[in-house]
Design a protein around this ligand. Structure first.
Ligand code: 1GP
Length: 254
């Protein structure tokens, strides 16, 4: 089946790693036109999909998605921070549950409110267990997360295995957008060693070396947002393409 999830799994099979570029459609951060330019350059650099979303996104998401869809062929996937992050103009949606939230709204509530729109908009839902690791950034604050301590890989593993047993398609370890430090490698190593579903890692991954280390530690999907926006403005797709080559090389060595 030619679904978005199957497309990503095929990339994973072929290259050992998937790279996703996150674009925050918040109008305070960029215009829909800029967002579409970033998406185009990210595709040229070899990124395998565009995630659109953010903890504070609201309002002009439809326009952003329509412009992005005009520019790229790679999948465009919603990463909604709330029901307002849904749009009929994407290919799929990460149907996420913030398992380590204190507030049931983020675990099953927002999903219940959004499910009908996903059906009506004919979006492909891809279930994701969302786990926020200290410091967690805006996502951790908004999502009222009991942040996974950075020195406790076993807690992350417990959540990740529980997610697998509950039937989630994949696990996403999030340190928070713009985090000073990405998810610690021992957490990535421990979780990836024991789970059988794909592991995504994001938040604060900046240099090619850092991304390669996260890939070598066992991540199947690497998500980058902030640094992509910064470097694409500076040098077009050059830095991002170097990062993507670095994560693929890291997997080839294994
Ligand atoms: C998305 O947090 C990631 O979930 C993106 O983080 O903006 O730090 O790359 P960055």
């Amino acid at each position: 089946m030619n679904t978005t999830w199957n497309t990503l799994l095929r990339v994973l099979n072929e290259h050992g790693i998937v790279h996703l570029t996150l674009i925050d459609p918040d109008p305070q951060k960029q215009t829909p036109k800029n967002a579409a330019q970033i998406a185009k350059l990210a595709e040229q650099a070899g990124s395998n999909g565009i995630m659109v979303g953010g903890s504070t996104a609201f309002g002009i998401i439809d326009e952003t998605l329509q412009l992005i869809k005009q520019q790229v062929k790679i999948p465009v996937i919603l990463f909604p921070g709330n029901v307002s992050g849904l749009s009929r103009f994407a290919d799929a949606v990460f149907f996420m549950s913030l398992l380590n939230s204190r507030n049931t709204y983020w675990i099953t509530g927002v999903q219940t409110l959004g499910a009908r729109y996903i059906k009506e908009f004919n979006l492909e839902p891809i279930s994701m267990a969302y786990l926020i690791v200290d410091p967690g950034g805006t996502a951790g604050f908004v999502g009222d997360a009991r942040l996974i301590p950075r020195d406790k890989p076993e807690i992350a593993l417990g959540y990740a295995l529980a997610a697998q047993y509950m039937g989630f398609s994949f696990v996403y370890l999030e340190a928070g957008s713009g985090a000073d430090n990405a998810v610690p490698l021992p957490i990535v190593k421990t979780v990836s060693k024991y789970i059988d579903i794909p592991l995504a890692v994001g938040g604060g991954i900046t240099t090619a070396e850092e991304a390669a280390a996260v890939a070598a530690a066992g991540a199947d999907i690497i998500v980058q947002g902030t640094i992509v926006e910064k470097t694409l403005r500076k040098d077009g797709s050059k830095s991002l393409s170097q990062t993507i080559q670095a994560i693929r090389r890291a997997k080839m060595k294994q």
